[in-house]
Write a protein that binds this ligand. Structure first.
Ligand SMILES: NC(=O)c1ccc[n+]([C@@H]2O[C@H](COP(=O)([O-])OP(=O)(O)OC[C@H]3O[C@@H](n4cnc5c(N)ncnc54)[C@H](OP(=O)(O)O)[C@@H]3O)[C@@H](O)[C@H]2O)c1
Length: 334
């Protein structure tokens, strides 16, 4: 397995991480046995970074990771790194209900996560979205205290903009910023990515397949449950979807010329944007995982990168990456 280091102070990790969110929520039906088998297959292949959030399935995802780690070979379990997001508040019905980054809430969230994960520390801990009512210095300061106490190893951030990155980094070392980055979501290139690089902060990129939209497997006929993120994501609606699937067909031509899949091309493109970027793969099955890991063997030369850029130019996507209410929660989009 190829490896990368998250920022100047972060952990050494596999070059691809496994994002476990879809195993508990947001992408329709889940299959517990296949989810655990997928995590085991990832560990077996040398993936060390497992990304989750305490609010993914409201604890479900952390308990799933707990079970997968408990039943994995000891050597794989010892190498595994947990990256956990907290702070999102939910209703009983599952709606998102704001964020809580107060120091006492941070410590409370961490106590519950450690219990659910069954571990004595969390490797990277981050608030999922900036709490607009709590200065980032206070939230990061609370995580720094958890680091000092040995409960957390590294401080991360999620979906924040350049100014918040600077303020957070002034409080304590930040290992990585988790943020959406893909051929369809290139917003970080203007300011956030250069700032992260200047500050020595790595990137864990999510949505590298744009939630499956640019995986090459998504089609207009795909039936989605009402609670599937994609049934209300702007990029998957009506004319936006037609336009975006047109981009996928252009990308498919480049992929076919290289003899690799569309998903592998899209993941390899993110890998090629810098050694400081670790893409998270949202595979929910062993089959999808195997395809995604194949991206590590894809080398994109300058001619390939130019062909990809021509197929999917920056800013070509139709539709925002989140519905309007969720866009408003993104400090990174201000
Ligand atoms: N910080 C944040 O705000 C934030 C937000 C979202 C996610 N995340 C993290 O990032 C991780 C990845 O995000 P994501 O799941 O949205 O990203 P993604 O990789 O863009 O999308 C994953 C979806 O793509 C489809 N897919 C098709 N072929 C695939 C392949 N070969 N490998 C993997 N997936 C394939 C799958 O859908 P089907 O199974 O339906 O085919 C899968 O559910 C999450 O698990 C989570 O840990 C963080």
């Amino acid at each position: 397995m190829q490896t990368r280091t998250l920022g100047t102070t972060g952990p050494h990790t596999s070059a691809l991480g496994l994002g476990c969110m879809g195993m508990s929520a947001l992408y329709g039906d889940t299959d517990r046995a296949e989810s655990i088998a997928t995590i085991h297959a990832a560990l077996d292949a040398g993936v060390t970074l497992l990304d989750t959030g305490d609010f993914y399935g409201m604890g479900h995802n952390e308990l799933l990771i707990n079970e997968a780690l408990r039943t994995a070979p000891a050597a794989a379990r010892e190498k595994a790194l947990t990256s956990v997001k907290f702070g999102a508040l939910r209703t009983v019905e599952g709606a998102f209900n704001g964020y809580d980054g107060r120091p006492q809430a941070v410590k409370n969230f961490a106590a519950y996560s450690l219990q659910r994960l069954g571990t004595d520390h969390i490797d990277v801990y981050r608030i999922a979205r900036l709490d607009p009512d709590v200065p980032i210095e206070e939230t990061v300061g609370a995580i720094a205290e958890l680091v000092e106490a040995g409960h957390v190893r590294h401080i991360g951030l999620s979906e924040v903009g350049a100014e918040t990155l600077r303020r957070a980094a002034a409080v304590a070392p930040v290992s990585d910023l988790q943020i959406e980055y893909s051929l369809l979501s290139r917003g970080i290139e203007a300011e956030v990515l250069p700032t992260a690089r200047e500050l020595g902060i790595g990137i864990t990129a999510y949505g590298v397949l744009s939630r499956g939209l640019i995986s090459g497997h998504f089609s207009r006929d795909r039936k989605l449950a009402a609670n599937d993120f994609r049934s209300f994501s702007p990029r998957f609606q009506g004319e936006n979807l037609d336009h975006n699937l047109g981009l996928v067909e252009a990308l498919r031509k480049t992929a076919e010329q290289k003899g690799v899949s569309v998903a592998q091309t899209a993941i390899a493109w993110v890998l090629a944007q810098g050694e400081d970027i670790v893409p998270l793969i949202g595979a929910r099955t062993r089959e999808r995982l195997a395809e995604a890991l194949g991206a590590l063997d894809v080398t994109l030369d300058p001619a390939d990168l130019a062909a990809i850029e021509q197929a999917v130019p920056a800013g070509a996507a139709a539709g925002d990456r989140y519905p309007a209410a969720a866009m408003a929660d993104l400090d990174s989009e201000r």
